[in-house]
Design a protein around this ligand. Structure first.
Ligand code: PLP
Length: 309
């Protein structure tokens, strides 16, 4: 019997047709075409199936996650499929569109202040405390190794198969770091010489950390789902070779071009990844492709007005 969950993954890898580039070819991995609209469907399925296989989820159990929105929406799809209840804890910064989508999918949404990780009001700390107090299952994307494994055994092999093993570089932003670490471990295990490149928003501490091992200056930025003020557990610095810093203006201008010139209805962090990928492509040249991830869709951000007129 076919299952909605089988529709997760195996997303297209497409060339940029109109946005000019110099140097190596740039291909985009269309994760916004997953069933609930983001790359997070992959980890939502893997984390819940892993918990079921370990027998730690009772029928009708309550799942809880700290999320910028996308993992919550992916979990809402999986929770509906298996009959679980879902609670999502989101920082104030995240879009109204995501909150409304979560509520529409039947999730309980708790909005916290944009508090730093050291503060008990921080969304991750609130989710962890509620799970402990109420005996709910914390899916825990920031610490759960199944997040990384979903990309090491899913996204990575898919991309290598789609490029016949010929890959110059893989470029992605990092929220939990699961995508970059998982694909990076897959490349290392398969002996690929591809460069792993972090695409980081200006104002995040991660690019400086990748380059020096020291956290960079902590600032503010509008793009959602990537970057941070601390280095996430699931981001393994040893598999990341380089980092590109991209401003909100550059990210949103590129997102607008991806939508209007390529027909790719993607979100801001896709713009961040493609700006970084075009720089890498020009720098390394050659005919082996540079692959950039398009994690989610603009339907999650229409209320933000990022595209201007
Ligand atoms: C829009 C968006 N882009 C990129 C990412 C980064 O993915 P990862 O958590 O695998 O680093 C996220 C993660 O939440 C996201 O929501």
């Amino acid at each position: 019997m076919p299952s909605l969950l089988d529709a997760v993954g195996n997303t297209p890898l497409l060339p940029l047709r109109h946005i000019p580039r110099r140097g190596a070819p740039v291909l985009v991995k269309c994760e916004h075409l997953n069933p609930s609209g983001s790359i997070k469907d992959r980890i939502a399925v893997s984390i819940v199936e892993d918990a079921r296989a370990r027998g730690v989820l009772e029928p009708g159990a309550t799942l809880i996650e700290a999320t910028a929105g996308n993992t919550g929406i992916g979990l809402a799809l999986v929770a509906a499929h298996h009959g679980y209840r879902l609670v999502c804890v989101m920082p104030q910064k995240m879009s109204e569109d995501k909150r409304r989508t979560l509520a529409a999918m039947g999730a309980q949404v708790i909005v916290t202040d944009d508090a730093p990780p050291s503060d008990p009001r921080n969304f991750q700390n609130v989710a962890r405390a509620m799970a402990a107090e109420r005996g709910w299952f914390l899916t825990d994307q920031f610490e759960n190794p199944v997040n990384v494994a979903a990309h090491e055994h899913g996204t990575g092999p898919e991309i290598l198969q789609q490029v016949d093993g010929r890959l110059a570089a893989f470029v992605a932003g990092a929220g939990t770091g699961g995508t970059l670490t998982g694909v990076g471990r897959c490349m290392a295990a398969r002996g690929s010489s591809a460069r792993l490149v972090l695409a980081d928003p200006e104002g995040s501490v991660l690019a400086h950390w990748v380059r020096t091992g020291e956290l960079g200056p902590d600032g503010r930025y509008a793009v959602e789902g990537i970057g941070g003020s601390v280095a996430p557990t699931n981001l393994d610095r040893s598999v990341v070779h380089e980092a590109e810093t991209v401003s909100d203006e550059e990210s949103f201008a590129m997102t607008r071009r991806l939508i209007r010139e390529e027909g790719l209805f993607v979100g801001g962090s896709a713009g961040t990844a493609v700006v970084a990928a075009l720089r890498v492509a020009e720098r390394i040249g050659g005919d082996e492709p540079v692959v950039a991830v398009l994690p989610d869709g603009m339907d999650r951000y229409l209320s933000k007005g990022w595209l201007g007129g």
